[in-house]
Write a protein that binds this ligand. Structure first.
Ligand SMILES: Nc1nc2c(c(=O)[nH]1)N[C@H]1C(S)=C(S)[C@@H](COP(=O)(O)O)O[C@H]1N2
Ligand SMILES: [Mo]
Length: 551
């Protein structure tokens, strides 16, 4: 016998006609990539703010610095060609773009396979953390910001992707038993995304504020004035005076280039993505290596030593012919030879090897410290304590050598070593070990392509041959005879010399003309016409400018 059950009577569901109709629809295609992007942004912002609080380099900067250290020469040259001295900004933008692109892809993939999201964040965190902890003078704690960034990034991507997947056909997200699937909750996704984006922006702004505070703290630890430079009253010879020679008004002949370069206009070249973490109260530098008695110097020690002032033009080896990676300043500090004499240099020493607080290095021949030139540990620049970007608290300045072999900023150590024992930062990267500054000259006016009037047109600029001195500057128009330019008063052989030539354009043809300049040093050597690139040891060739004479 079969029992037949009556089907139970079911009431038809009550429908509230005023309730909004929720359509069960999957999330739009961009929701996955956006989740990835926001997770990446949250991870980076976390890394920035935690690093700033902990006062360590951010994972982003650490990766950038690592990249700088491993950039092949062709790429560095290309970057400088394309971006000039904005190459660091370009690097930052590049890194952020790559991380953003990867995050978008991760987000898209995570929609199908949710574990990809946190897994990718962990990989980002590991890379950032290991690189940060491995930077010079860093400990494992420098890896913490990246680790926390990975945790936050993982949480964000996991949560957002879960919302995105809510109504995907392939989704394995269980729907709550009490509620039927009601589709992608757009409102919740948008509010959560907005909250993540807003928090990331606030965290980034906070990190930037903390970084600025850090820089202000270093700056405010610096004294307002430099110790006095005192001349020995028994000496009359300007060569051995401690003070710099008075700069006569006629040291300047170029209408656009002051004889002394103001600190704010002075070129800046270094590998540091942020000002190194200087703490003046604990900072000291050591002169060590192959010396009889190593010397440790605090900032107060440096200030207390007899001071000298020297006018020295420093230049970057990367300076192209006609380029502006050169500047002239009054440097104040302590003569290196006096300190080396005190330390007692051992006979095996071949180079003076500088190391900066951030681990950059360079070395120059010991002769350059002892041959009578004024190699110095500088603490002042144009009458002020060294600006932060120029190496505060102390840097090396060696007349006649390009900066990359001599001018260590943010000094930490000077070691007397052999050439084999230590190799400076740029040498394995394709630059010469020995790098005396080459004699060069530059046209500052008229400007490239400028239309010059009929009459007397001043052509002026600078010329330099540090340690030898500039003896002659000549100018020629088109391929005419070389004409001697007038030279400004020679202040010192270690600084540039300005020159000027008055060009009479009354009877030259209208249209384009080519101006060239060349300098001759005090040994009688004229700079070579042969054009060569800055690498490996400085550009050569005559600076040439085309201008046009009014019709
Ligand atoms: N610590 C450190 N010092 C450094 C560098 C650097 O990258 N790091 N660059 C050198 C180079 S290549 C040059 S040309 C000079 C530039 O000095 P400036 O930036 O004060 O003009 O600094 C030198 N000292
Ligand atoms: Mo340089």
């Amino acid at each position: 016998m079969t029992i037949q059950l009556d089907p139970p009577a079911i009431d038809p569901p009550e429908i509230d006609p005023t309730a909004p109709v929720r359509q069960a629809s999957p999330a739009p295609r961009w929701a996955g990539p956006l989740s990835g992007f926001l997770a990446g942004a949250a991870a980076i912002a976390t890394g920035l703010v935690i690093a700033a609080i902990m006062d360590v380099d951010s994972p982003l900067n650490a990766v950038g610095s690592e990249f700088i250290d491993h950039t092949p020469k062709w790429l560095k040259t290309l970057a400088i060609d394309l971006f000039g001295t904005n190459d660091k900004l370009a690097l930052r933008v590049g890194i952020v773009t790559v991380i953003a692109a990867l995050s978008l892809v991760v987000g898209a993939l995570a929609r199908r396979r949710p574990l990809v999201g946190p897994a990718a964040m962990v990989v980002f965190g590991l890379v950032g953390g290991i690189v940060a902890a491995g930077r010079p003078n860093q400990s494992v704690s420098a890896g913490v910001p990246a680790a926390l960034g990975a945790v936050v990034g993982s949480a964000v991507i996991w949560y957002l992707v879960r919302l995105v997947r809510a109504d995907d056909p392939a989704s394995d997200v269980p729907s709550t038993p009490t509620r039927a699937r009601n589709g992608f909750d757009r409102r919740r996704f948008v509010t959560t995304s907005g909250a993540v984006a807003g928090t990331a922006i606030i965290a980034t702004a906070a990190a930037r504020k903390l970084e600025n505070d850090r820089i202000d703290r270093i700056r405010s630890a610096a004294p307002d004035t430099l110790p006095e430079v005192l001349d020995d009253p028994t000496l009359a010879d300007a060569e051995v005076m401690s003070t710099a020679p008075e700069v006569p008004a006629d040291a300047t002949l170029s209408p656009v280039t002051p004889y002394l370069t103001p600190n704010d206009d002075f070129y800046l070249i270094d590998t540091a993505l942020s000002v190194p973490r200087i703490r003046l109260d604990t900072w000291s530098m050591e002169i060590g290596g192959r010396v009889n008695t190593p010397i440790t110097l605090t900032y107060a020690d440096l200030l207390a030593l007899p001071q000298v002032e020297r006018i020295i033009t420093i230049a970057c080896v990367s300076n192209e012919v006609g380029g502006d990676l050169i500047g002239n300043a009054v440097w104040q500090g302590v003569l290196l030879r006096d300190l080396l004499e005190q330390a007692g240099v051992q006979p095996e020493a071949e180079q003076v090897f500088g190391t900066s607080v951030d681990g950059w290095t360079c070395g120059f021949p010991i002769e350059a410290a002892l041959d009578g030139r004024d190699a110095m540990i500088a603490i002042g620049m144009n009458g002020e304590p060294l600006p932060l970007q120029h190496g505060f608290p102390a840097r090396m300045i060696v007349p006649g050598l390009y900066g990359y072999v001599s001018a260590t900023k943010w000094l930490s150590r000077l070691d007397l070593t052999t050439w084999d024992e230590a190799v400076g930062y740029w040498i394995p990267r394709g630059w010469s070990r020995d790098a005396p500054i080459k004699t060069q000259s530059r046209i500052d006016v008229p400007d490239r392509g400028e239309e010059v009037p009929r009459g007397t047109v001043p052509i002026a600029g600078i010329a330099w041959a540090q340690q030898r001195g500039v003896a002659k500057v000549e100018v020629r128009i088109d391929d005419g005879d070389w004409q001697e330019a007038s030279l400004a008063t020679d202040v010192t052989i270690d600084s540039w010399r300005q020159w000027r030539y008055d060009w009479d354009t009354t009877s030259v043809s209208a249209g384009e003309h080519r101006i060239q300049v060349r300098a001759t040093d005090a040994n009688g050597d004229t700079q070579t016409e042969e054009v060569s690139r800055p690498d490996p040891d400085g550009a050569t060739g005559w600076h040439t400018r085309t201008v046009s004479v009014a019709g």
